[in-house]
Design a protein around this ligand. Sequence first.
Ligand SMILES: [Zn+2]
Length: 261
Amino acid sequence: MKAKADIEERIRDAARAIAGARWLTAFSGAGISVESGIPPFRGENGVWEKYDPEILDLDFFRAHPERSWPAIREMFTSFLGTEGRTPVRPNRAHEVLAQWEKEGLLQCVITQNIDGLHAAAGNRKLVEFHGHCRTMTCLDCGRQIPLNGETVRDAVPRCSCGGLFKPDFVFFGEGIPPHAMEEAERAAARTDCMVLVGTSGVVYPAAAMPVLAKRNGATIIEVNPVPSDYTGRITDIFLPMKAGEAFARLAEAVAAESAGD
Ligand SMILES: [Zn+2]
């Protein structure tokens, strides 16, 4: 019973920090999308147990697109709902973050995910740090086309100029989009409360954003089923829970806090 009371207290503390923040941000990773049915890349049952990460290396993709493309297609068409699969949908955690933005409570979401679920839930103040799956860009002439059932086919997608189309998420060996880096750093410098969700803090440079926020004095709330690299280091309030349950309870507690002012 003590543990349960402890969690209740942590939820209340987190809700108080969220409701009282002047500039609230969220920082998300693969763990927020697991409950939407998207497998994480790392760890048990992760994508990298099935595929060699080499297929998403930019140089490898340029040199051997015919070897990368079938795997890329298999991995990412499930996001798109093409080929008869049901598209993935935002879960409760994404929905709460979208609701908080709508209410003016949340100023920015920085996500490491490329699944587009924050955008699908309705967040607009969104930094997609590792890009997204909505479009592809020609590596030679820069022409951009949608990434959908029409453009994702068996053959490697080629531009009319002869160049190779690459999906607009960040490959290994590729830099972070400069605008995403700038916006994320600006948000991390400005925020006074950051909610980390479903991220273990091992993928750099993204993983540095919460550290930057902490250094600038932000309260760090962490939602992860198990402790991460952040937990003992920068986290102020740790909620050892899955994202969906944690955000359902936070939404209720934040609403109660806001009503209580
Ligand atoms: Zn082209």
